[in-house]
Design a protein around this ligand. Structure first.
Ligand SMILES: C[S@@+](CC[C@H](N)C(=O)[O-])C[C@H]1O[C@@H](n2cnc3c(N)ncnc32)[C@H](O)[C@@H]1O
Length: 309
């Protein structure tokens, strides 16, 4: 994504270099992150791919194996990284992540505190949002998870935007060095209410906080604690519905110009599965909700630090 120079987004015109991280796309549900190593190969069910064939090709290229099989070479954007990263914990996905970045008002230059780091899924997008001059300080009390996240940020070229600390944030709070400096704090912890007083201490005036919790009981307890120092407290559940839109079967009209059920062919018709059919004499475009929609992930509670005066 940001390999080499974290200040620059990878442009789709940018060509693949030796050492780049590339997302190898087989199908929408089969992708893998690999590091290009000249002189070596990638072997999968489609055959053997020589990395040297990839070097100099733009991201997005289709490349062929020795057997004529093919894959696409995609740039490791945070969106794709979230889909391929190693899931060491539950992670945040694109719908929640987008909402978090928007509602926490994270822009380039922000200083953001986060706990726990987990698999670093959210951290990756936070880093992109604060680049090039901002910083994300993320904490997890699990040493191995923190170390793996550090390795990942190195691999994705984010290590100069993110620092990973090992610390029990529920027990000790965030380090005092950040008091009054954070633009935003994000919590994904089992008992977030224990970390809220420390989060309040870390935030700049008007700073924003978000807490992600899978259960509504955690939300209720957090909101109770938030009321002491925060205002504008709001909780959301983000549900994303993806649609498949493509060519569909045409309805054959009868001689009287009506459809098979006797109805006049309408331009836009809702089907029983919630999808829509747009029909004309020549073609039909079918739009239907994707069957793989993710259900409940968790609740996002946002709040703004109260003004002192
Ligand atoms: C669900 S994961 C976070 C996932 C992360 N938001 C992501 O998108 O990849 C929760 C993390 O919180 C960490 N954690 C739990 N209690 C903690 C505490 N008291 N202090 C710091 N980290 C803690 C766990 O080790 C775990 O890695």
């Amino acid at each position: 994504m940001l390999a080499g120079d974290p200040a620059k987004r990878i442009s789709f015109n940018r060509c693949i270099r030796n050492g780049d991280l590339v997302i190898v796309y087989e199908r929408h549900d089969s992708m893998k992150a690999v590091t290009v190593a000249e002189g070596s190969v990638l072997q999968n069910r489609f055959g053997v791919f020589k990395y040297s064939d990839w070097i100099g090709k733009p991201f997005g290229s289709k490349v062929f194996s020795n057997k004529g099989g093919f894959v696409y070479l995609l740039a490791p954007t945070p969106e794709l990284w979230t889909l391929v990263l190693s899931h060491r914990t539950q992670i945040l996905y694109i719908a929640d992540i987008s909402f978090v970045v928007m509602y926490l008002e994270i822009v380039p230059g922000c200083l953001v505190l986060e706990s726990g780091t987990g698999s670093g899924s959210l951290t990756t997008s936070l880093a992109r949002a604060v680049a090039p001059a901002g910083h994300v300080h993320t904490f997890d009390f699990h040493e191995q998870r923190a170390a793996s996240a550090r390795d990942d940020f190195q691999r994705t070229g984010l290590s100069n935007l993110v620092r990973v600390g090992v610390r029990d944030i529920q027990g000790q709070g965030f380090p005092d060095d950040f008091a009054g400096l954070a633009d935003a704090v994000f919590l994904d912890l089992p008992q977030p209410w224990l970390a809220i007083p420390s989060a309040a201490k870390m935030l700049k005036q008007d700073g924003t906080l978000c807490s992600f919790s899978p259960c509504i009981e955690q939300v209720q307890r957090s909101c109770e604690t938030l009321r002491t120092s925060f205002t504008d407290i709001r909780t959301f559940e983000v549900l994303l519905r993806t649609y498949e839109v493509g060519e569909g079967k045409m309805e054959r009209l009868q001689e009287n110009g009506k459809g098979s059920n006797g109805s006049l062919p309408c331009k836009r018709r809702q089907c029983s599965d919630g999808g829509y059919v747009l029909s004309s004499n020549i073609s039909s475009v079918v739009a239907k909700p994707c069957g793989e929609a993710r259900g409940h992930t968790g609740y996002l509670t946002f709040a703004r630090l109260k003004c002192l005066s």
